[in-house]
Write a protein that binds this ligand. Structure first.
Ligand code: HEM
Length: 337
């Protein structure tokens, strides 16, 4: 059964592998913070190692990976390890190493001998004359880390927003688009695209500054002469909000702004959730299609609302290089159409 079908079955009424506790009114609800991260891990690990990717939505044994990767403060820890190695070594001696299970998992999977041809590890292995095993494993670790919290958190913020009473009309318009275009490629659906883009605009999973070093000789940037060696940066959070002529009412979730023709070229140029240029996100297309597939499966069959039991804080919590919902909990109720 496909990953998305499992996800949807998991959320639907009736027996399912991870069906959450019942709501106070007998309606099933689920902590989508967990399941969306599971979905992102399963997608990323299959892109890397298929057929040996994880199966967290079906196999509770794989859940340990997601617990380790998303519930620890691993981004802060990695940052500390890089910038303050002595302090971090001391801390890990006290608290134990982080990401130990996922490192073992990656090392094991990157040595498998029969990966599917479409996987990243297969591509790396075909260049094994120039790459050592540990280098291939390190590349895969980068992709897995880069592809879980970003997609999982982005989807979680978005589903929470869509499930609020103020966004019910967005769900209905999405469903209309699916009904009217039953055989269309998901990339041909402009409203679906707008819903996702607006989610990533308002809740960019990497909202903070992305530093870049100005090359030798300096550069003219926006009319300013910046000397070589200076560090400059842009950040999605500000780029998506500051120019109110492009983004009127910037704190409002409003997918229609991505349909409006006037200013669209400029708005797209300001869209910075995946960064831009040579070091921009190389998982952008994978992440986008993952998001489109899961939204189509959910919102063509269900409406969602925030469960009455939801008391988690969805505030964007700073993880230094990324962000996530503060309480790492998002209880969503699913109702069949
Ligand atoms: C909504 C989901 C995602 C968002 C918002 C996102 C965002 C970003 C951003 C902003 C960067 C640039 C970081 C910097 O300049 O310091 C980046 C880089 C990167 N992303 Fe993503 N990403 C997402 C999903 C993914 C996925 C699914 C993968 C792979 C499975 C991935 C793999 C990478 C890699 C490998 C880099 C480093 C590229 C390089 O340095 O050349 N990302 N991402």
């Amino acid at each position: 059964m496909g990953r998305v079908q499992i996800f949807v079955r998991t959320h639907g009424p009736g027996p399912g592998p991870n069906l959450g506790p019942m709501g106070t009114h007998g309606d099933p609800y689920l902590n989508v913070y967990v399941t969306l991260h599971c979905y992102a891990l399963d997608c990323a690990s299959h892109f890397l190692f298929s057929p040996m990717g994880t199966d967290t939505l079906n196999n509770p044994d794989d859940m340990v990976l997601i617990q380790e990767l998303t519930y620890n403060n691993n981004l802060k820890q990695r940052w500390l390890e890089h910038y303050a190695p002595t302090l971090s070594a001391l801390m890990f001696n006290i608290k134990g190493r982080y990401a130990a299970i996922s490192k073992d998992y990656i090392l094991k999977q990157s040595q498998q001998t029969t990966p599917s041809k479409a996987t990243l590890i297969s591509r790396w292995q075909s260049r094994s004359d120039t790459l050592q095993n540990i280098q291939m494993a390190a590349e895969c670790m980068d992709h897995m880390s880069a592809g879980i919290d970003t997609t999982g958190d982005g989807l979680c913020f978005l589903m929470h927003e869509l499930s609020l009473p103020r966004s019910q009309h967005v769900q209905h318009r999405l469903r209309e688009e699916f009904i009217q275009n039953p055989n269309a490629w998901l990339d041909m659906l402009p409203y679906l695209d707008a819903v996702i883009k607006e989610g990533l605009r308002l809740f960019p999973p990497i909202p903070m500054s992305l530093p870049r070093c100005v090359p030798a000789g300096g550069r003219l940037i926006s009319g300013y002469n910046i000397p070589g060696g200076s560090v400059v940066s842009c950040q999605a959070f500000s780029m998506h909000r500051l120019d109110e002529s492009l983004f009127p009412d910037p704190k409002k979730y409003n997918p229609e702004r991505w349909i409006e023709e006037k200013g669209l070229v400029e708005r797209n140029r300001m869209f910075f959730s995946f960064a831009a240029g040579g070091r921009g996100c190389i998982g952008r297309h994978l992440a986008t299609i993952e998001m489109k597939i899961v939204l189509e499966e959910i919102y063509s069959k269900f409406t969602t609302s925030v469960a009455l039991e939801m008391d988690g804080d969805m505030f964007i919590n700073d993880q230094i290089i990324a962000s996530r919902p503060k309480d790492q909990t998002c209880l969503i109720k699913f109702t069949l159409y």
